[in-house]
Ligand binder design. Structure first.
Ligand SMILES: Cc1cc2nc3c(=O)[nH]c(=O)nc-3n(C[C@H](O)[C@H](O)[C@H](O)COP(=O)(O)OP(=O)(O)OC[C@H]3O[C@@H](n4cnc5c(N)ncnc54)[C@H](O)[C@@H]3O)c2cc1C
Length: 385
């Protein structure tokens, strides 16, 4: 492959990181990024937007994207891997590519979203939930289903901004149960201090607008229910006949290239990385940035007739905001398993805010110096031990 024209579908964390890295490389590449909206959305701040602590998570695209990148404000409707073209839902003429990066991210878990529940995970659903919150009467109950990092952050943010509402957080297992002992305790203590009602080991089956019904038949009154139990991915890869897993994520190899179509690469939430290097990876900005950078490096390696290197990406921290003035920084091993040490309280809240700002700085640094972004190595793959 000689990827003179690289097309990137999706201008999120992975796509913009890759675009800047490629555009600043020593190769004369024509880089185009396709995205349905002209702003970059800081998804990691959507709980702040939903709760009204921040007016918007939108950042002007030109403040994060290299001026050498051609920005195409469109939604891709189909990839034609044989003729190497991307088609658009608007009917605009298709764009050809020599190399393609699939970085369409994820959004609200719409399949399985019960009637009457608000989705959560993209800018549109955050705005709808925000509007609903402002219309609720004093004493109304808001139920947040799903106590992953997103659900926990959302519950704390809403409880802090709307002390007149009752906020309930429901979890299939234990809330914050995968943190260290002190981390779990800190999260729970903070949620309790904010008045969040914690319901554990509860599988929500239905919601009918004013009630939630759990799988063991318990009915809980709920004036507003928001579904924060996992993200789903767009079906563009599947609809284009590309290899996908059961969730619709593009299957890539260890270098992030698509095994059936070596001109196609993938990064971020919308790809499935093979177990030896990807088993521990979770959908996150902390994953999307290194995957975007690694995919760019793989594309460059192909251009130089080198074999792309396998991915090695791991973690050091999980950073959780718990309202505007508190948080938790949980240290983790490269494979994301919690270590003993955690920082809590105001200091952790400030650190989390710094991390959010740093994500944009890392993306912008690639404009000035391609290849500058570095990330923690992943765990040693099982068969290499
Ligand atoms: C409230 C909330 C808090 C979070 N907090 C954290 C956190 O603290 N730390 C963390 O690491 N992660 C966090 N995450 C997760 C993180 O935001 C995502 O994992 C991350 O955004 C994934 O990056 P991405 O580049 O893969 O995709 P995205 O950021 O989702 O970007 C994908 C882009 O592709 C575009 N796109 C989709 N389909 C098409 C198409 N057909 N054509 C063209 N463009 C398309 C989308 O519009 C979007 O702009 C949080 C998420 C939420 C919702």
């Amino acid at each position: 492959m000689s990827p003179r024209r690289v097309v990137i579908i999706g201008a999120g964390y992975a796509g913009v990181m890759a675009a800047n890295r490629l555009a600043g490389s020593k190769h004369e590449l024509q880089v185009s990024v396709i995205n349905p909206v002209a702003d970059f959305v800081e998804r990691i701040r959507l709980h702040e937007v939903a709760a009204g602590s921040r007016p918007t998570a939108a950042v002007p695209m030109k403040s994060v994207l290299s001026g050498r990148v051609d920005f195409v404000e469109e939604s891709a409707s189909r990839i034609d891997p044989v003729n190497r073209r991307v088609h658009f839902s608007s009917g605009r003429a298709p764009i050809g590519y020599d190399g393609l990066l699939y970085a369409v991210g994820s959004g609200q878990a719409s399949p399985g979203l019960p009637d009457g529940a608000y989705g959560f995970g993209d800018a549109g659903s955050a705005a709808r939930f925000r509007a609903r919150l402002t219309r609720l009467d004093r004493g109304a109950t808001v139920s947040i289903v799903g106590a992953g990092l997103t659900g926990v952050e959302l519950a704390a943010e809403v409880a802090q901004q709307y002390p007149q509402l009752r906020v309930r957080l429901l979890s299939r297992g234990l809330i914050a149960g995968d943190l260290s002992g002190s981390g779990t305790q800190a999260v729970r203590a903070r949620l309790a201090a904010l008045g969040v009602e914690m319901v554990e080991n509860a599988e929500v089956q239905r919601c009918d607008g004013s009630n939630l019904i759990t799988s063991d038949g318990v009915t809980l009154p709920s004036d507003c229910t928001v579904w924060a139990a996992g993200f789903s991915v767009p079906h563009l890869a599947r609809d284009s006949g590309l290899p996908t897993d059961a969730e619709g994520r593009l299957i890539v190899d260890e270098s992030l290239s698509c095994p059936d179509y070596p001109d196609i690469f993938g990064a971020g939430d919308a790809v499935r990385v093979p177990d030896p290097v990807g088993r521990h990876l979770r959908m996150s900005c902390a994953t999307a940035l290194p995957l975007g950078a690694h995919a760019a490096d793989s594309i460059i390696a192909r251009l130089e007739n080198r074999s792309p290197a396998p991915l090695s990406a791991g973690y050091m921290f999980r950073c959780i905001s718990l309202g505007r003035r508190s948080g938790l920084i949980q240290t983790v091993a490269a494979d994301d398993r919690a270590r003993q040490f955690a920082v809590r309280g105001r200091l952790a809240g400030l650190a989390k805010e710094q991390v959010c700002r740093m994500t944009l700085s890392w993306i912008r640094s690639e404009i000035r110096r391609s290849g500058s972004f570095r990330w923690p190595r992943g765990p040693v793959p099982a068969e290499a031990k």
